[in-house]
Design a protein around this ligand. Structure first.
Ligand SMILES: Cc1cc2nc3c(=O)[nH]c(=O)nc-3n(C[C@H](O)[C@H](O)[C@H](O)COP(=O)(O)O)c2cc1C
Length: 191
């Protein structure tokens, strides 16, 4: 069985509804492991201390999901710290032994947002489309040779009824199943 690694970056999962629901649904799939990065690194990720362990975690996976809530039109700080510590090590310091081996791994983003899909369009309330706000991560994937897939986006994540959240979590699991099976996923929007 292949291994799908979900790195979950949420400031406090005890306060989460959406990301907890999504990761619970995904974690129930065979071969899928979700890792709560904030719980592992409450004081931040350090390249010298944590880089080797996190590089090994990535290299053991067949595909990688970065899951996070949108914060200030961007990612939580820990995801940026993870890039600085782990990807810098793998692609600038240990490219031959680590970065090169990660190339070709499929990557998917799974993001939750408080706002509506309509707010995320060019000229809309948030000025930009979500896919444009995610461009730095797409550029990072390109730089690291990771195979980009359309992201899974859950809008209005704070306002969903338990039923709607349950349905979104089911859609997330179904999207991952298709992706794992090698079926191309088109951008999924739930709200
Ligand atoms: C500090 C902070 C910044 C946020 N910035 C945004 C934002 O820029 N756009 C947006 O749509 N939602 C924003 N939100 C809302 C979160 O994306 C939303 O609460 C989260 O996705 C819900 O997921 P959870 O239930 O797992 O916490 C922000 C929330 C916080 C706490």
């Amino acid at each position: 069985m292949t291994k799908t690694l979900i790195l979950l970056f949420h400031r406090d999962l005890r306060q989460s509804k959406a990301n907890v629901a999504l990761s619970a649904a995904a974690g129930g799939l065979p071969g899928v492991e979700a890792v709560d990065m904030q719980a592992l690194y409450p004081d931040g990720i350090d390249m010298a201390r944590d880089g080797e362990r996190e590089a090994a975690r990535l290299l053991a996976a067949d595909r990688i999901v970065l899951q996070f809530p949108i914060q200030w039109y961007s990612t939580p700080a820990l995801l940026k710290a993870w890039q600085d510590a782990v990807l810098t090590r793998m692609f600038y310091i240990a490219y031959e032994t680590e970065g090169r081996r990660l190339e070709g791994t499929p990557l998917m983003l799974a993001a939750t947002a408080g706002n509506t899909p309509d707010a995320y369009r060019l000229g809309g309330r948030n000025m930009f489309a979500m896919i444009d706000l995610l461009a730095p991560l797409r550029a990072t994937a390109h730089r690291c040779g990771l195979r980009w897939s359309d992201p899974f986006i859950l809008y209005e994540a704070d306002k969903l009824s338990p039923e709607a959240l349950g349905a979104a979590a089911g859609d997330y699991a179904a999207t991952l199943e298709r992706w794992i099976a090698g079926i191309p996923v088109s951008s999924f929007v739930a709200a």
